[in-house]
Design a protein. Structure first.
Length: 132
């Protein structure tokens, strides 16, 4: 089952940043023998934007702090329009469980915005993926 997360601009507090709408536990991935897709889509007031190219020095997706083992997640991919970013998550054993913080970057209206991510995880602004 895909886990589709919408990404909008949070303009309520300076600086303006990307906000991952992770309602109903879409960022929590339960154990499965089949790889599951996690997708981030620019929507709402960010819908006209594109994720920063993944080859950029500051790419559209990156892990913050300690990255997960490479056997758990695929590398990120972008759709042709650049407004949907996806990874696959193979959470199939106790060794694939954990919580990892990431950062997203996107260009909206000619300006690059990013999620607010700090490590260690200490605030609700940290976007994260948890394998249960």
């Amino acid at each position: 089952m895909p886990n589709n997360l919408n990404v909008t601009l949070n303009t309520s507090n300076p600086p303006t940043s990307l906000d991952v709408v992770d309602l109903n536990g879409l960022n929590v991935i339960n154990e499965s023998s089949v790889a599951q897709t996690i997708t981030w889509s620019l929507s709402g007031n960010a819908s006209g934007g594109t994720f920063v190219p993944l080859t950029n020095a500051n790419p559209g997706f990156a892990w913050v702090g300690t990255a997960p083992p490479s056997s758990i997640f695929s590398g990120p991919t972008l759709n042709a329009a650049g407004n949907v970013l996806s990874i696959t998550d193979l959470n199939n054993a106790p060794s694939t469980k954990g919580t990892w913080i990431y950062i997203l970057r996107a260009t909206v209206g000619g300006v690059v915005y990013q999620t607010i991510a700090t490590t260690p995880k200490g605030t609700t602004t940290n976007p994260w993926v948890r394998n249960n």
